[in-house]
Design a protein around this ligand. Sequence first.
Ligand code: ATP
Ligand code: MG
Length: 661
Amino acid sequence: MAADTPGRDPVETQETLSNLLQETRKFAPPAELAESANVTAAAYEEAAADRLAFWERAAERLTWDRRWDTTLEWNPPFAKWFVGGKLNVAYNCVDRHVEAGNGDKVAYYWEGEPEGDSRTLTYADLKREVSKAANALQELGVAKGDRVAIYMPMIPELPIALLACARIGAIHSVVFGGFSASALSGRILDADAKVVITADGGFRRGAPSALKPTVDEALKECPDVTSVLVVRRTGQEIDFNDRDVWWHDLVDRQSEEHEPVPHDAEDPLYILYTSGTTGRPKGILHTTGGYLTQTAWTHHAVFDLKPETDIYWCTADIGWVTGHSYIVYGPLANGATSVIYEGTPDTPHKGRFWEVVQKYKVTILYTAPTAIRTFMKWGDDIPAKFDMSSLRVLGSVGEPINPEAYVWYREHIGGSRCPVVDTWWQTETGAIMISPLPGVTAGKPGAAMRPLPGITADVVDDQAQSVPNGGGGFLVVRDPWPAMLRTIWGDDQRYIDTYWSRFDGMYFPGDGSKRDEDGDLWLLGRVDDVMLVSGHNISTTEVESALVSHPKVAEAAVVGATDPVTGQAIVAFTILRGSAEESADIAAELRNHVAKTLGPIAKPRQILVVPELPKTRSGKIMRRLLRDVAENRSLGDVTTLTDDSVMNLIATKLPSAKSED
Ligand code: ATP
Ligand code: MG
């Protein structure tokens, strides 16, 4: 923002964040869904009348061994929820459904990447496997409070490993299977993990890719790890040493009984390191009672989950928070039937996701804008070949969804009948915070709409004043919420500095937002990415959305590059849709399109057509690197990139990108 941009005086800018994009489309909830929705508009009023009583009722959906004494203890910025309460998270996610007579109900339909490779786990199966794994961890000497690092492909043993830790009160730290040895060792050391759970490898893009060698490499730096538990998935050749033990040797011989002991509501459940798009990874700490309350309630409310009939599929990797909260904890606490898919969307063909939807008759699909834009690029004809009439609710998470991508998702995946819920939240928030409710909200493409009942989010200016309708600024959360991070592992000061110091008494997630004339919220990306053009703070999201609204564009990333005249000038990197030809005048056409859509102030100085964009391993655009390219600097840290050859491809495009005008 202005204050952080060297050489610019913040008072020069009138508004905190410009509001340029006008979007008038609106989709009412389907009548049938609204009639039998799990949550109605009354929830907003109930929560507004008594926020803590609202969260108490949400907590009562769980099974507690001991009821809490105090709902919230708030010593800013440190929160304790359901103080004195005791529960076992794994019991809530697994055993209680078996005890209720639902042991034969499917918890997970697992689909491997190689075709025909699938497994079905009922709740009774899950109880048996989690109990055995919990016994195995105890045999390895893992006790309550110990840290267990998990570095695995998307196989059933992954959620089983998480639940086994939760059952015994060990703290899991999942590291996404695409991370390097040094990223893994850094996280193992920071959390001081004692045991690592991994696999020989996993299937990615049609071939086995190894994981165990990366663990071996990482552990050269980690002398305190005593055991490595290894699942055999691919059967590839790997080194085995004294510390290593096969999952099938250790876990399979364990007893199928394991008594779940109650844990304190504020006992840690897990550490999850943020992906590191920005700086040194932070170990986000989540605890049990509040976290499970909010993940379960939001999963029930935002997806309108009917556990008896729905087949729910979240396409995220369990290595990210979305997988923790909405593949493992939320859905299982609600007794849902979920699909887990091991592989990538284009293996063995680009219709794989839709084939999975058709095969399992998926009713609720939760995916990311990066995937949706990729499907747009591949073409409408691919999903059209599959029967997806089972779908009834669609969700989006991870980045702002461009209005055009939202509309494409709604039409081509949702058959124009399914509401789309754009869910804003973060690793730090633990659960969904801002989202439409599918049976209540008339959704606007690109808007996350309203804070959920019980959440007090707001948009403020530089001076921490709420902006009026029609204004833009910084997103903040005013009151503590049950699933909030409790601290950064081992670093309370960094927790205070990062999240609670920008605005007095408010949580600052680092994102910009605007509030439209109806009071609905539109998330505008990270404030670090905001561009200052001729004294106007312009969000990258709005310019990218304007570009994506052009029929030839599938995906766009824009950055502000230093400019002698305007302070910063907008440089846009675009990927064309499958059907579009790259013509000589495409740049002029797109520049004019943006000027027409948002006004001349947002007209990009340069447009580059590129084959790929640099993305983090979780699929988010890394604008920082594009800024380096646009300013002809050598590239900064590229270690979180999925594929660093992308940057070479982009650099070769640069000379042809002479400024127009
Ligand atoms: P890091 O914090 O390590 O840089 P990250 O912020 O990408 O990584 P996550 O916690 O997975 O890691 O992502 C949360 C961020 O993703 C949010 O702060 C926001 O910027 C963005 N985001 C998530 N969902 C939405 C959404 N629905 N609309 C807009 N932005 C979203
Ligand atoms: Mg973040």
